[in-house]
Design a protein around this ligand. Structure first.
Ligand code: COA
Length: 205
């Protein structure tokens, strides 16, 4: 498996990346925003994306977005093709995009929002901490990206204070201060997810 910083040579994979994201986003409760091939290509051209390939077969992808005058960085659009899941690939892609983010934006806070236990576990291992949405970027264009998520109505109803996703933040200025390792406990996560779904998802959906 090859996991590399994507370049212009990877643009032919933009369509399958978007198709795989769109297919995965159909699952109710999964917070994942859709992207266009043009947007994905712009990330590849800027050197702000990581792609995983098995030979020439698409396996996974993730990209960087900068918000609030580059004070905040998001590692977004993580996707692993169903044929390659459960083998540790998402973890490797996230490690790669995290390293790239730290190199390109050393002073930025790195954050993500996710409904997935897998992503929470990976982020936690990288040093992210769960935070309220108020600690994330206030840049409206970031939150507009949620419009294509199935759960966007929840974010609107709560005036952007909470949603099914959990916010997680890596703050480089606090890096050396915290030594304890927080592990995500699956039963706690699943209970919290159930409570959120019960509270926020309308029954007729
Ligand atoms: C979420 C996703 C990226 C995980 O990819 P993956 O390559 O299967 O993940 P990994 O094998 O690297 O697993 C990382 C960790 O999460 C756990 N994990 C993986 N899938 C999981 C699942 N469905 N439920 C709970 N835990 C899971 C793994 O056991 C592993 O934990 P460990 O480090 O304690 O062993 C993939 O399922 C996917 O593309 N889903 C659809 C898109 C999506 O939800 N993207 C995230 C948007 S924020």
């Amino acid at each position: 498996m090859q996991i590399v910083v994507a370049t212009i040579s990877h643009t032919p994979y933009a369509q399958i990346i978007c198709d795989t994201i769109a297919e995965s986003s159909k699952v109710r409760g999964t917070g994942i925003a859709r992207r266009t091939p043009e947007y994905v290509i712009s990330k590849m051209e800027a050197g702000n994306a990581v792609i995983a390939l098995e030979g020439d077969v698409f396996a996974g992808f993730c990209y960087i977005e900068a918000w609030g005058h580059e004070k905040f960085i998001a590692n977004s659009g993580l996707i692993v093709h169903p044929d390659f899941r459960g083998k540790g690939l998402a973890k490797k892609i996230k490690e790669e995009i995290f390293t790239l983010s730290r190199k390109r934006y050393p002073d930025a806070k790195i954050f993500g929002i996710t409904t997935g236990l897998a992503v929470m576990k990976i982020n936690s291992d990288l040093g992210y901490k769960p935070v309220t949405f108020s600690e994330l970027t206030t840049d409206e264009s970031f939150w507009k990206g949620c419009q294509t998520c199935k759960n966007f109505d929840v974010l609107t109803r709560t005036e952007q204070k909470m949603c099914l996703c959990t916010g997680m933040l890596y703050d480089p200025s606090k890096e050396s201060k915290s030594t304890e390792k927080n592990t995500v406990k699956p039963p706690v996560f699943n209970r919290l997810k159930q409570i959120k779904e019960k509270l926020f998802l309308k029954k007729n959906k």
